[in-house]
Design a protein. Structure first.
Length: 393
């Protein structure tokens, strides 16, 4: 039976974004002498949008995290667990997969890491290798069920428990199939899609506030990723709350663009096309450091652009600290997310069917808020001792 998080509902509605569509909403250019002055009405709308965005940012500066659960089963003994990473070449995958391995070892488990190298067929081979090796559980990171269906069906028949995070099960409305994960980590939302929509909206709020309600944004999107689809949905809804803001273009990246190093080229082209752009939204931090940061710096417009990234990894915080290509992130606290996923798998091993809110939330990081002088993001909750106590360590 598929386990459900027994936590609070997300704050925003669930709907489905359409993948792979390039939206070009650029306004027609005009000379300075012909430039229309904003009316009092449009100024009022901008001020209202900024006020609403700043109210949300006040909450994000404090953070929406709670506490890890205080009750739960001790670490289940003698477990062999395999971790399937989305791709070790990108920190968004490697950092979190490593944190899962560390948490599993803390629980006393035998941990094996598989690098899928952004290849769904390689991820399926990893799942099948885990089954053949007698794994008790598999943790999937950032690989949606619909990409892995055949191997996941084999894992179910072999009674291997599969828990996923940063990923969607096959019963997501956009897929319309049968659930194949034993459980999913949904942060502190009822549905993981709600979490990603809220994340997109939160990032839009920062851009609205940073541009004084006059955002002209270039949005980056990854084709075929349900996570990015939902982030896009939330971001689009957030920008739409500001009548004086717009998305000039959505740059759609294919997996081939990422693997072949074409990310920076495509972003550079969009920046060249839209000289009036004043903001860039990047769905997750890994994309920043494989071409986007360079494209922004080489455009010579780094100081003019409000650039919102993703999770707040250390190398991305270095960019924010130095003012090079990235200005902000809304941290989804990836190390805590990794440890909480191990806790979820442990509860599944113990036979729990109603899973608690693990407490993971979001927090804004920019040059004025929550940015450490050096190093990585500092989690506001000391979660590791809480899990060690739960697991009996």
């Amino acid at each position: 039976m598929k386990r459900r998080l027994d936590g609070p509902k997300g704050s925003w509605p669930l709907s489905i974004a359409v993948a792979g569509v390039v939206v070009a909403l650029g306004a027609a250019g005009c000379g300075e002498a012909d430039e229309a002055q904003p009316s009092q009405g449009s100024t009022a709308k901008a001020e209202e949008a900024v006020a609403a965005a700043e109210k949300r940012l006040d909450t994000l500066v404090k953070g929406t995290h709670r506490r890890p659960p205080s009750k739960g089963p001790a670490a289940q003994p003698n477990k062999k667990v395999w971790v399937v990473s989305c791709g070790e070449a990108v920190e968004s995958c490697s950092f979190t997969a490593s944190a899962v391995v560390d948490a599993g070892k803390t629980a006393g488990w035998d941990m094996t890491l598989v690098d899928s190298e952004f290849d769904a067929s390689a991820a399926q081979r990893g799942i099948r290798q885990a089954i053949a090796a007698g794994a008790n559980g598999i943790i999937i990171h950032a690989l949606d069920c619909n990409l892995l269906r055949g191997a996941l069906e084999e894992a179910r028949r072999a009674e291997v428990e599969v828990v996923a995070f940063d990923a969607f099960d096959c019963d997501d409305p956009s897929v319309g199939g049968e659930a194949l994960f034993s459980a999913e980590n949904r942060l502190n939302f009822d549905e993981y899609s709600d979490a990603m929509i809220s994340w997109g909206r939160d990032k839009a709020a920062w851009i609205v506030a940073e541009t004084d309600g006059e955002a002209k944004a270039i949005e980056i999107r990854q084709q075929g990723s349900l996570v990015v689809d939902y982030i896009h949905e939330g971001f689009s809804e957030g920008i739409a709350q500001c009548d004086t803001c717009e998305i000039l273009e959505t740059v759609v990246l294919s997996d081939e663009d990422i693997v072949m190093g074409r990310v920076g080229e495509k972003v550079s082209s969009a920046l060249l096309k839209h000289r009036d752009a004043n903001a860039v939204h990047v769905p997750y931090d890994g994309l920043m450091t494989i071409g986007i940061e360079t494209a922004i710096e080489e455009s010579g417009r780094g100081d003019e652009l409000a650039v919102m990234g993703g999770e707040g990894y250390e190398q991305n915080l270095d960019l924010i600290r130095s003012g090079r290509g990235q200005d902000a992130a809304v941290s989804s606290q990836q190390e805590w997310l990794a440890w909480s996923t191990v806790d979820i798998l442990n509860r599944v091993f113990a036979g729990e069917t109603e899973l608690p809110d693990e407490g993971v939330g979001f927090q804004l990081i920019d040059r004025e808020h929550n940015l450490p002088e050096k190093g990585g993001y500092e989690d506001p909750v000391d979660f590791k001792p809480a899990y060690r106590k739960l697991w009996g360590g």
